[in-house]
Ligand binder design. Structure first.
Ligand code: IPE
Ligand code: IPE
Ligand code: MG
Ligand code: MG
Ligand code: MG
Length: 292
C-alpha cells in the first residue's frame, strides 16, 4: 500500500465531534442512540475532505470544523437508516451492533432524523468563518447533495433495482447519488468556505466527482472480497440482497480496474490547481487501495 491516510486530520475531527455534540439531556435515550452510531469509529473521510480542501486554499481546520462535523452527522444518519430492516437490514456497523439492533427501529429512525437536523443546526449556529453568504451556499450544497437530488435519490434507485438487471447508466446514477453526492459536496463545502475561485472550485469538484464514484465502486468490491472483521460490517450483504453493484454488473476484475481508472481521473483533475495537493492525491489512492 502506498496511500498515507491523514490520521492527524481524522483525530482533529474526533475532537471536534466531541466538542460540538449536544450535551446529554432529556430524553437521554435519543442522545445515547445518536452517540452510539456517531462515536463508534468511522474513517471520517467526508469530514477530512472538508478540511483538506479548505487547507489547500489557505484556511485552517478550526475555521471549517463545524461543517466537517456536520457532514459526518449527515453521513452517520445515512448509515443508520441504510442499515434498517426496511433498507439493507444489516446488524453490524463500524464493528458494533447497528443502531436499531441496540435501540430498536423507532429510536434508530429518530436518531437518524436527529443527526440530520443537528447537522444544519451546527452549520447555521457555529460555522463562523466565511461570510453568511458562504455559509448559506454550504447549506445549499449539503442539503441538495443529501436530498432527493442526491443521496436520497440514489438510495431510492438502489432499492428499486434490487434483484433486477440494470443498465450501466442506472448503476452509475445510483453510485454518483447515494455516495458520490455527499463526497462531492464535502469537498465543495470546504472549498467554498475557504473562498475558492471559480476555477479552483471547478477543478476540485471534478476531482471529488470521480472520487465519490470510485469510493462506492470500492465499497462494492469490498463487499465481495473484504473481511467482515476488518470491514466492521457484514461482507456479502449485497449479493444476499441482489443489489446492483459494479462487481454484479461488470465482474470483480473489471470493477477493480474501473475503480483504479476513476481514481486516476480524480488525480488528473487536480493537475490545474496550484498549492500542495499531496493529501488529496493520497486520499484518491486510499480510495482504491483501502481494505475497509
Ligand atoms: C460507508 O461509508 C457507506 C458508503 C457510503 C459507501 P464509509 O466507508 O465512509 O464508512 P465509515 O464512515 O468509515 O464507517
Ligand atoms: C451506502 O451504500 C449508501 C448510503 C449509506 C447512503 P451501501 O448500502 O453499499 O453502504 P454499506 O455497504 O451498507 O456501508
Ligand atoms: Mg444501501
Ligand atoms: Mg448498506
Ligand atoms: Mg456497500
Amino acid at each position: 500500500l502506498t496511500a498515507k491516510y491523514p490520521d492527524d486530520t481524522r483525530l482533529l475531527i474526533e475532537a471536534g465531534l466531541k466538542e460540538y455534540f449536544p450535551k446529554k439531556r432529556n430524553p437521554e435515550l435519543i442522545y445515547e442512540a445518536m452517540s452510539h452510531s456517531l462515536f463508534s469509529g468511522g474513517k471520517r473521510f467526508r469530514g477530512i475532505l472538508v478540511i483538506e480542501a479548505a487547507k489547500l486554499l489557505g484556511a485552517t481546520p478550526e475555521e471549517v470544523m463545524p461543517t466537517a462535523c456536520a457532514v459526518e452527522y449527515i453521513h452517520t444518519y445515512s448509515l443508520i437508516h441504510d442499515d434498517l430492516p426496511a433498507i439493507d437490514d444489516d446488524d453490524l456497523r463500524r464493528g458494533k451492533p447497528t443502531c436499531h439492533i441496540l435501540f430498536g427501529e423507532a429510536m434508530a429512525i429518530l436518531a437518524g432524523d436527529a443527526l440530520f437536523t443537528e447537522a444544519f443546526s451546527l452549520i447555521a449556529g457555529a460555522q463562523k468563518t466565511g461570510d453568511r453568504g458562504r455559509v448559506v451556499d454550504v447549506v445549499w450544497e449539503l442539503s441538495s447533495a443529501a436530498g432527493v437530488t442526491g443521496m436520497v435519490g440514489g438510495q431510492v434507485v438502489d432499492i428499486i433495482s434490487e434483484g433486477r438487471g440494470i443498465d450501466a447508466a442506472t448503476l452509475e446514477f445510483i453510485h454518483e447519488n447515494k455516495t458520490g453526492a455527499l463526497i462531492k459536496a464535502s469537498v465543495r463545502a470546504g472549498s467554498i468556505l475557504a473562498g475558492a475561485s471559480e476555477s479552483e472550485l471547478a477543478g476540485l469538484s471534478s476531482y471529488a466527482g470521480y472520487l465519490g464514484l470510485a469510493f462506492q465502486i470500492t465499497d462494492d468490491v469490498l463487499d465481495v472480497v473484504g473481511d467482515t472483521e476488518v470491514l466492521g460490517k457484514t461482507a456479502g450483504s449485497d449479493a444476499k440482497l441482489g443489489k446492483a453493484t459494479y462487481p454484479s454488473v461488470y465482474g470483480l476484475k473489471e470493477a477493480k480496474a474501473m475503480a483504479e481508472s476513476v481514481v486516476g481521473r480524480a488525480k488528473e483533475a487536480l493537475n490545474g490547481l496550484s498549492g500542495d495537493t499531496a493529501v488529496l492525491r493520497n486520499l484518491a489512492d486510499f480510495v482504491y487501495e483501502r481494505q475497509f
